[in-house]
Write a protein that binds this ligand. Structure first.
Ligand code: 5RP
Length: 233
């Protein structure tokens, strides 16, 4: 299936475009990670190129976002040089009805959490397949762990009733390494009844840097779907 006909890709593209349209001239923009946000970054670049959008600066949440922003001509800054973020656009792996999220499918949730929580307006961009009644229904919770603590953290996650698995890279040649030089343990829970509590418990395990549960963070969730062959947001 090509990008033009694949309904999921079409809806990601459309939702990325809708989010990019929300960026205003003169703003500081948090640039998320993943295939959906990649479209938003591309469309922000298009708007800059056409002159419709002016004087924006981006804060990347990952090396991937940084590379894409440079490719599409978006000027970048760092958190050391600014005191606020006006709007952040980022994807998610699961979204519940309260707009709580699981993120980190791209192993970028630690930096994403810093940038997305700082933003005055955080726009989540997802295709319809990401909507769930309860977090953890499909996707495990990504937990970023410093390398020397992988074994004790794995044991602690088992004690909490989870099924932890060290995330491996392409062809399982080795573990995925984050932009911070750490590893990711994906932990599947049967149910996550209280995301706020689980988020805190996970971050309290020594050796854990950050986990992918985002509570009370998203302001708007844009959902892309394909109806009658046409992408809609
Ligand atoms: C990266 C993320 C992504 O935003 C999330 O995995 C969604 O990605 P995609 O838009 O490719 O489905 O959290 O760490």
């Amino acid at each position: 299936m090509t990008a033009a006909t694949d309904p999921v890709k079409l809806s990601k593209q459309e939702v990325g475009k809708a989010a990019a349209a929300l960026v205003q001239s003169g703003s500081i923009v948090g640039l998320g990670t993943g295939s959906t946000t990649a479209y938003a970054i591309e469309f922000i670049g298009d708007r800059l190129k056409s002159g419709e959008l002016k004087d924006i600066v981006g804060v990347p949440t990952s090396f991937q976002a940084e590379v894409l922003a440079k490719q599409y001509g978006i000027p970048l800054t760092t958190l050391d040089a600014i005191d606020h973020i006006d709007i952040a656009i980022d994807g998610a792996d699961e979204v519940d009805p309260q707009k709580n999220l699981i993120k980190g499918g791209g192993a970028a949730h630690t930096r994403e959490k810093v940038v997305d929580y700082l933003a005055s307006r955080f726009i989540v961009v997802v295709d319809g397949g990401k909507l769930v009644d309860r977090l953890g229904s499909v996707f495990p919770v990504p937990v970023e762990v410093i390398p020397m603590a992988v074994t004790p953290v794995t044991l602690a996650l088992k004690k909490l009733g989870g099924k932890p698995e060290l995330r491996m890279g392409v062809k399982k040649a080795g573990p995925v390494i984050t932009d911070q030089g750490n590893m990711v343990i994906d932990v599947k829970f049967d149910t996550i009844d209280d995301p706020e509590n689980i988020e805190k418990i996970l971050n309290n395990i020594p050796g854990v840097l950050e986990n992918g549960i985002f509570v009370n963070c998203a302001d708007v969730v844009l959902v892309g779907e394909v109806k009658d062959g046409q992408p809609v947001v």
